[in-house]
Design a protein around this ligand. Sequence first.
Ligand code: CU
Ligand code: ZN
Length: 184
Amino acid sequence: MKRFVGVSLSLLLVLTLGVLGLAGSHGDHGHSHSHDVVYAVAEIIPFEEGGPTGTAFFVEANGVVYVTVRAHGLSNPLQGVHIHEFGDLSTPAASGGHFDPTEGSHGHPHEHGSHAGDLLNIEVDENGVGTLVMVKDDITLSPGPLSIAGRAIVIHAEEDLFTPENIGGARVAGGIIELVSMAY
Ligand code: CU
Ligand code: ZN
């Protein structure tokens, strides 16, 4: 289990730094400095033994947050993932509702007016391994009203249909989003 997390985290780093490299090549951001980049990680563990485990990796750079999630032990082709309000995973309900600093309603994460905590579904292969990669411009890792640091990322059992009634069913796993310092 530990070994999987380690391998997974290395992969996330490669994926995310790849994304950053591409983003950086688009233009000349002479005012952007490496110390503006903020990183966070969440180790995702199941609520019940045998449930999904994984790692979420977050990078804030160029005014957006790159989100990468890898998990295994998933059971459906698409499963909902959100950032929940509270960093408490002592019970499935303890993390509260979706992070919603702008009084939105549940919806597709790329639609205006959705909860800031709404993420895309994680896409799961035939081996139960899931990957989610997306860019968010309505959350931050650095301090402020949109910060997700210290909150929870939660995986649900079923597909999120992005309607208020169908957000993905039961909460099966989650992790606390913790800022990490990385020196280059
Ligand atoms: Cu949720
Ligand atoms: Zn929501």
